[in-house]
Design a protein around this ligand. Structure first.
Ligand code: NAD
Length: 307
């Protein structure tokens, strides 16, 4: 049973490492030359909660020749389609593909390349970072919720739930994963963009009444648009979850802050607030806060000359 990790940055290294340590056949795919060379030469180094080094195979997607049983996608959202195009040679009509990217709408992209019965969509609260090429920072614990988007793929999906669980990834098959995907998008949509724009931690942002009004309004826009697309969302429960997360993660800079402010990298904003604004437009639902946040993040990318 061969698993490819398609996009072996921070999260891809976590999943690849855990599968490899559990004795599973796994190949990392990436295009970052220094990262590939470092892992090929010295192995994938793990730091954080524990230290380790594993000699795990890694290559560019176009170098992969063995057909895939399972592919775990872990690019950034805006890199997904290019990655899928480069995987054509290893995908068969039996290859299952799991997407755990943050954000909304990825299934529409994946459906262009993979039959629906083979697509697993999900959400994860595992985290990971990179300390540099070849070194992953793994701390804390997490879990995964996933679902086959087509009922006919459910039974086969359980094989991959078991595979990931044997690697300690704490996976649950979820009969209705879409609300959880939207709930996580709400967390990202209220914290990532705002903390990146204001250059502050989650706790610093959530400390004012004005910020909480912004948070409430963004959540309301997500809920209005989500419900109009048929996703059942409990607005109060989402608010409670966001507030709880803001306390637990108070000292953290969210990943969009790391991308935009710290590393001057493009953000996933078009797949978070931007996705809600776009969907809202198509449904005639006003989403002025999501529109403005998306425009401001792009404006900041422009100010910082990020391409
Ligand atoms: P990352 O930038 O560290 O990793 C993405 C990797 O994909 C990079 O190494 C990049 O070189 C590679 N890549 C991109 N396009 C490629 C292509 N066409 N061919 C080959 N390689 C390609 O990102 P990440 O932090 O691992 O996040 C991945 C996804 O998981 C994002 O959607 C993110 O929001 C989500 N996520 C991240 C975390 C976290 O803690 N880092 C937690 C939960 C969810």
């Amino acid at each position: 049973m061969l698993t490819y990790i398609a996009g072996s940055g921070a999260m891809g290294c976590r999943f690849g490492y855990q599968l490899f340590k559990a004795g599973k056949e796994v190949i990392l795919l990436d295009k970052w030359e220094d990262h590939i060379k470092a892992i090929q030469k010295d192995g994938l180094k793990i730091v954080g909660d524990h230290e380790d080094c594993v000699h795990i195979p890694i290559m560019r997607p176009e170098e992969a020749t063995q057909k895939a049983d399972f592919i775990v996608l872990f690019t950034k959202a805006m890199q997904l389609e290019t990655m899928l195009q480069s995987l054509k040679g290893i995908i068969t009509d039996k290859t299952k593909v799991l997407c755990l990217l943050n954000g909304l709408g990825h299934e529409d992209v994946i459906k262009k390349y993979i039959p629906e019965k083979n697509i697993l969509m999900g959400v994860t609260v595992w985290t990971a970072g990179l300390k540099g090429p070849g070194t992953a920072l793994l701390t804390a614990t997490g879990s995964v919720n996933l679902q086959s988007i087509d009922q006919s793929g459910e039974k086969e999906a359980m094989v991959f739930v078991d595979l990931l669980n044997e690697a300690g990834l704490k996976v649950t098959y979820d009969e209705d994963v879409v609300p959880s995907i939207w709930r996580k998008a709400c967390v990202n949509g209220t914290m990532n963009s705002t903390c990146a724009l204001l250059d502050c931690t989650i706790g610093e942002f959530f400390a004012s009444e004005e910020a909480l009004r912004v948070v409430d309004t963004i959540i309301h826009e997500f809920v209005m648009v989500g419900e109009a697309t048929g996703v059942k969302l409990d607005e109060q429960a989402i608010k409670d979850y966001v507030m709880h997360t803001s306390v637990v993660a108070a000292g953290h800079y969210p990943s969009m802050h790391q991308d935009l402010v710290q590393n001057h990298r493009l953000t996933e904003i078009d797949y978070i607030n931007g996705a809600v604004a776009k969907k809202g437009d198509s449904l005639g639902i006003p989403t002025p806060y999501c529109h403005m946040i998306t425009d401001l993040v792009h404006a900041k990318e422009h100010v910082l000359k990020i391409q």
